[in-house]
Design a protein around this ligand. Structure first.
Ligand code: FAD
Length: 480
C-alpha cells in the first residue's frame, strides 16, 4: 500500500538449491569421512528442510585393511551419528558404485550429496559412482572436503603448487577458510530408511576390542576439544613433544572420521595469537599439506616421492622378517621403540615423537622399506590416514617432501632420555621394565643383572647400523 518498497536483507534471500525444499525430489546425503551433523556443507547444498536420506556404505575395500580398533571406532561413530539423526541412518554394505545408485533409485533421489574425497581410492571410487548415477539420470554433488582448504586450492603467485611445507603454510593461512556451516540434525527432514526399498545392513557391533580407545562420535569429539582448549592448549607448544605427558589434543581420530571439521577447530582458535594456538594451527597445516601433496602425487602413497631413493638398498630375507616381527610386537630391546609399538597395539594410537622414533628405527636401524612400516601403522592406527601416514613415513625415511636430513639418524636411547626423561612412558607400556627406576630404563642392558623379566637384549647395535644407513644414504646422494 502507498507504493512503498520494503527492503529485504540480502542475507535472508536463499535461492533454493536443486533438490531443495521447493523441489519434491528427496536427496541422499552419503556420509563418508564426515560423521557429524554440525558444520556440514553437504546439508547446506541440499537446502534447508530438504527431504534427505542419510546413507553410509560399508565398503569392503576400505574395511578389509582396517584393524579391529579402527573398525570398532568407526562403527561407534556410525551408531552415534544414527542416534543424532533419530535412528534414520541407512547403512548398506557393498561396492559403492552399485550400492549408491540402488539406494538413490529406491529413495527416488536425483542428487547424492557428498564431501569431496581427494585420496587416490576415494576420488576414483567417486568418479565411478558419479558415472553410475549419471547413467540413471542422477547427480553426485560434491561440497566441501575434510580440509579447511581443499587440496589444489592453495597456489603460489604463478599458480603452481607447493612442494615444501613452510611456504605452503603461509599461503594456506593467507588463503583462509570459510566460517563453519551452521547446521544441525534438524537442518534436513530425514527420511525413515524403513520406507525405502533398500537392503539395510545393521551397524555392526564390531569386534570386541580390548584396546583402550577413545569414545567415538561427534559429541565425544566436542568434549575432547573443549577439554583441550581449557587444559591443554596453553601448554601445547612446550608439551607436544613429550610422550610421557598428555600434552597433545588427541583429535586425530576424530579428524580422521570427520566427527569434527578442522574448520571448526580453526574458528575456535581465530584471533588467538598464543604460542599454543599458533603451534596447533601449524600442526593442522601439516595435515592439509600432506593431503595436498598426495593429491599432486597420488603415486607417493606407494612409492618414494623422491625417485632417487628407488635405488636405495634395503634388507630382505628371513632376518628381515624376524626383525620386522620384533619391531611390530615391541621386542627390539630398545625401550622407547618397544613402548611405542606396544602403545600402538594397546591403544590404536602412538605419540607423534614416538611415531618418528619407531619409524626411524625401522628404516635406519633395521634397513627395512618404509612402506612395510607404513602398512603396519595404517592397519593399527585408529587415526590411520593415508596422506599423513605415508608422508610422515617418507619424511622420516628422507624420501619425501621436506624430508628429515638423511644424516639425522635418531638414537633411540638419547631420544628416550630427552623426551621421556624419567622413563614414565616406557614403564607404562613395557611392564617388564616397571621396576627399573628413572632414566636407567632406557638402557636396561646396562643394569648390573641385565635386562629384567625376560626383556630382550637389543636386536641390533645402533652405532653399527647408523654407519650402514649413512653409507647407503651417501650412495643415493652420489647417484643423484
Ligand atoms: P596434536 O599434536 O594434538 O595435533 C593436532 C592435529 O594436527 C592432529 O590431530 C593431526 O590432525 C594434525 N597433525 C599433527 N601432527 C601432524 C603431522 N606430523 N602430520 C600431519 N598432521 C599432523 N597423523 C594422522 O592423523 N594419521 C596417521 O596415519 C599418521 N601417521 C603418522 C606416521 C608417522 C611415521 C608420523 C611421524 C606421523 C604420523 N601422523 C599421522 C602425524 C601425527 O603423529 C599425528 O597426527 C598425531 O600424533 C596425532 O595426535 P594428536 O591429535 O594428539 O596430535
Amino acid at each position: 500500500p502507498g507504493g512503498r518498497i520494503r527492503p529485504v536483507p540480502v542475507r535472508a534471500l536463499r535461492s533454493p538449491g536443486p533438490g531443495g525444499p521447493t523441489s519434491a525430489a528427496p536427496v541422499v546425503i552419503w556420509f563418508r569421512r564426515d560423521l557429524r551433523v554440525a558444520d556440514q556443507p553437504t546439508f547446506l547444498a541440499a537446502g534447508q528442510g530438504a527431504r534427505a536420506l542419510a546413507l553410509f556404505v560399508l565398503d569392503p575395500r576400505l574395511l578389509r585393511p582396517s584393524g579391529d580398533a579402527r573398525k570398532w571406532f568407526l562403527f561407534g561413530c556410525l551408531r552415534a551419528l544414527d542416534e543424532s539423526l533419530g535412528g534414520r541412518l541407512l547403512v548398506v554394505e557393498g561396492d559403492p558404485a552399485q550400492a549408491v545408485p540402488l539406494v538413490a533409485d529406491a529413495a527416488g533421489a536425483g542428487e547424492v550429496h557428498v564431501a569431496a574425497d581427494f585420496g587416490p581410492y576415494g576420488s576414483s571410487r567417486d568418479r565411478e559412482v558419479e558415472q553410475a548415477l549419471a547413467a540413471r539420470g542422477a547427480t553426485l554433488v560434491r561440497t566441501g572436503s575434510p580440509y579447511a582448504v581443499a587440496p589444489g586450492r592453495v597456489r603460489s603467485g604463478d599458480g603452481g603448487r607447493y612442494r615444501v611445507f613452510t611456504p605452503f603454510r603461509r599461503a594456506w593461512a593467507d588463503h583462509g577458510w570459510r566460517a563453519p556451516a551452521r547446521t544441525d540434525a534438524g537442518f534436513l527432514d530425514w527420511i525413515d530408511p524403513a520406507t525405502v526399498r533398500a537392503r539395510p545392513a545393521p551397524v555392526p557391533a564390531g569386534p570386541d576390542v580390548v584396546a583402550d580407545l577413545p569414545e567415538p562420535g561427534e559429541a565425544a569429539a566436542r568434549d575432547r576439544w573443549r577439554d583441550f582448549l581449557d587444559h591443554g592448549l596453553s601448554g601445547y607448544a612446550d608439551g607436544r613433544d613429550r610422550p610421557d605427558r598428555p600434552g597433545t589434543s588427541r583429535m586425530s581420530v576424530y579428524l580422521k572420521y570427520g566427527c569434527v571439521h578442522p574448520r571448526t577447530l580453526l574458528a575456535d582458535l581465530a584471533g588467538d595469537g598464543s604460542e599454543g594456538a599458533r603451534s596447533f594451527r601449524g600442526e593442522l597445516a601439516w595435515r592439509e599439506f600432506y593431503a595436498d601433496v598426495l593429491d599432486q602425487r597420488p603415486d607417493s602413497a606407494r612409492r618414494n616421492y623422491d625417485p632417487a631413493f628407488d635405488g636405495m638398498a634395503t634388507d630382505g630375507g628371513r632376518d628381515a622378517e624376524v626383525l620386522f616381527a620384533a619391531w611390530r610386537e615391541g621386542r627390539t630391546g630398545f625401550p622407547v621403540v618397544d613402548a611405542g609399538m606396544r602403545q600402538l597395539l594397546a591403544e590404536g594410537w602412538m605419540h607423534n615423537r614416538v611415531r618418528m622414533i619407531t619409524a626411524s628405527f625401522l628404516v635406519k636401524d633395521l634397513h627395512l622399506p618404509w612402506w612395510w612400516g607404513a602398512r603396519h601403522f595404517m592397519r593399527r592406527l585408529v587415526d590411520g590416514d593415508l596422506a599423513s601416514n605415508q608422508h610422515g613415513w617418507q619424511w622420516v625415511a628422507g624420501s619425501g617432501t621436506d624430508a628429515a636430513p638423511y644424516f639425522r639418524v635418531f638414537n633411540p636411547v638419547l631420544q628416550g632420555e630427552r623426551f621421556d626423561p624419567e622413563g614414565n612412558y616406557v614403564r607404562t607400556y613395557v611392564p617388564e621394565l616397571a621396576g627399573v627406576p628413572g632414566r636407567a630404563v632406557h638402557q636396561p642392558w646396562r643394569l648390573p643383572e641385565g635386562p629384567p623379566g625376560g626383556y630382550p637384549a637389543p636386536v641390533v647395535d645402533h652405532q653399527h647400523e647408523r654407519a650402514v644407513a649413512l653409507e647407503r644414504y651417501e650412495a643415493v646422494k652420489a647417484a643423484r
